[in-house]
Write a protein that binds this ligand. Structure first.
Ligand code: MLT
Ligand code: ZN
Length: 453
């Protein structure tokens, strides 16, 4: 057994609770200790120590995850990357930014902006999430429609695998066809193959000024024709939908009043490029055509950046507004055109089997990604609620399989969805994933129990 390396450590109860969990509330955190490496060498020393002293490591970023991927419920050692947050290189020519994994994603966005550039992957928790975690979970967010997921923006990684080997992957290259890209394997691997310590992220030019439409739809079937028409008329960067219950929850949480006179079952926030108001007429024409076709019943077009930000709040504030009701989150995806049929079938399923549940729907409908949040009834104990949701999950995921979708579009599998992985990945794929785990982490030191049972 090797001696514990000289690395800052906390063991007090409050720190164990704070660093031992993410945003999920279904598991009781119980790590042995929390450690704060300051370099890739420190992470190597921790992995070697864990191997020689029968410890398991849980990599930890901003812990904003929603699937229990950063929870340490069984005496693990939490490896917080938060002291590794240095900027290593800003290359304005490529352009790219190389940073340590603990830098908050919000700081990446700010650094890019200050250099006249743009890091486009964005979601409500981006400010407190960290680069390493966002890569390990392949974070998506609100502008995937235009910019894709985190995966598309990673040019290089430094990873310490479960053998204590340092893998320097792709080294920031734009082109590199020298065999399979191991970095892509690490993206979305949820910390079970390696601990990311550095990343090179591609940047781009900032978009022009943008405007926002807030729309009320006549019914579910109207969503796809509206998306298609708006995509044809405008250059969209987001098409985010939410239901009537989302609006009620945000109103109750924020105290704001919804700005549309018409309260519909489904709404969307639509963001589009509008340099100097050049696309305002096209937006209004598209809106009027949708009203005439009977798809849209009401809407507002932002008149300023401040108003655009206010309209966005109706979508962005949903997660925080429903958090007190301990939502059981489902993060599902199907092919974009199949969303309305899938959503309708899910609603019917829940109404038939669990009519007592309040379900809040929102998500990135332009990406085929639906967030189905089941809220815990006030009078119900959280453990009983979790058990009831676990009873519902096989039915929901059977429907996902029928629609050839995914049980996790962007939140990851973690602990929450691990036992359902076979609903959207077949046995041969899961077998290959196990082979990768055995290759990169033969002793099973990294993030035990996550992703794979
Ligand atoms: C979102 O789309 O707002 C995020 O995925 C968070 C959530 O689903 O609650
Ligand atoms: Zn989302």
């Amino acid at each position: 057994m090797s001696a514990f390396p000289d690395i800052e450590t906390l063991t007090d109860a409050q720190s164990l609770l704070h660093y031992g969990r993410d945003w999920t509330r279904f598991w009781t955190p119980a790590p042995e200790r929390v450690v704060f490496p300051r370099s890739t060498d420190d992470v190597v020393a921790l992995v070697r120590w864990a191997g020689s002293s029968d410890r398991r490591l849980v990599p930890s970023g901003g812990r904003t995850g929603l699937s229990g991927g950063a929870v340490a419920p069984g005496g693990e050692v939490v490896v917080s990357l938060e002291k590794m947050r240095r900027q290593i290189e800003l290359d304005a020519v490529e352009p790219s930014l190389t940073v340590e994994a603990g830098m908050p994603v919000g700081e990446v966005q700010r650094t890019a902006r200050e250099a006249g550039l743009f890091y486009p992957v964005d979601w409500a928790a981006a400010g407190s999430s960290q680069v390493g975690g966002s890569i390990a979970t392949n974070a998506g967010g609100i502008r995937v429609l235009r910019y894709g997921m985190t995966r598309q923006w990673v040019r290089g990684l430094v990873v310490v695998d479960g053998r204590g080997q340092v893998l320097r992957l792709n080294r920031g290259l734009v082109k590199n066809n020298s065999g399979p890209d191991l970095g892509q394997l690490m993206i979305g691997s949820e910390g079970v193959l390696g601990i990311i310590t550095e990343a090179t992220l591609a940047l781009t030019r900032p978009p022009p000024t943008q405007s926002v439409l807030l729309l009320a739809f006549a019914d579910l079937a109207a969503l796809m024709p509206a998306l298609a028409a708006l995509q044809k008329a405008l250059s969209l960067s987001a098409f985010e939908f939410f239901d009537r219950r989302s609006v009620a929850r945000v109103e109750a949480h924020t105290g704001s009043s919804f700005p549309l006179a018409e309260r519909a079952d489904f709404h969307a926030v639509v963001e589009f490029d509008d340099p100097d108001g050049a696309c305002t007429d096209a937006a209004l024409q598209a809106f009027e055509a949708l009203v005439e076709a009977g798809h849209v019943t009401d809407g507002i077009l932002s008149q300023s950046e401040a108003q655009a930000a206010e309209l966005w709040r109706w979508r962005e504030a949903i997660t925080e507004s429903i958090a007190p009701a301990t939502p059981y989150k489902n993060d599902l995806s199907v092919r974009v055109s199949r969303v309305p049929g899938f959503l309708g079938a899910l609603e019917a399923l829940i109404a038939r089997h669990y009519p007592e549940f309040e379900v809040v729907w929102f998500g990135h409908i332009g990406d085929g990604n639906l967030h189905m949040n089941i809220l815990c009834p006030e009078a119900m104990d959280v453990a009983d609620f979790r058990a009831a949701c676990d009873g519902l999950s096989p039915r929901v995921f059977a429907l996902v399989r029928e629609y050839q979708g995914s049980i996790s579009a962007e939140h990851g599998v973690g602990l929450l969805k691990r036992d359902y992985l076979h609903y959207s990945r077949d046995a041969a794929e899961i077998d290959a994933l196990r082979g990768l785990k055995a290759l990169f982490d033969p002793e099973g030191l990294l993030n035990p129990g996550k992703l794979l049972a």
